[in-house]
Design a protein around this ligand. Structure first.
Ligand SMILES: [Zn+2]
Length: 76
C-alpha cells in the first residue's frame, strides 16, 4: 500500500470531485454555447390580440409587444 499522510488523503477527497464537477460544468457550458438561439426561445401567443411572438429569455410569462398583456409561454 502507498503510504499517504492524512492531509494528502483529504486533498484527494476534495480536489478529485471538484475537478470532475469543473470539467462537467465546462462541458455543459461549451455545449450550450453552440446551441442555436431558436432553441432557447420561448413562444407566446397573446390571449388579447392573438399576436404570436418569441423571446430568448426563460420567463414563464412575458408581455405582448403590441398590447402589453401578460401571456404564458406556449412552447418553452
Ligand atoms: Zn397582445
Amino acid at each position: 500500500m502507498i503510504p499517504m499522510s492524512f492531509s494528502a488523503i483529504l486533498v484527494c477527497f476534495v480536489s478529485v470531485p471538484l475537478v470532475l464537477i469543473a470539467a462537467l460544468a465546462f462541458f455543459y457550458n461549451f455545449r450550450s454555447m453552440h446551441r442555436p438561439i431558436r432553441e432557447k426561445e420561448n413562444i407566446y401567443e397573446c390571449t388579447e390580440c392573438g399576436h404570436v411572438y418569441a423571446f430568448a429569455r426563460s420567463r414563464p410569462m412575458d408581455r405582448c409587444p403590441k398590447c402589453g398583456h401578460l401571456n404564458e409561454a406556449v412552447r418553452t
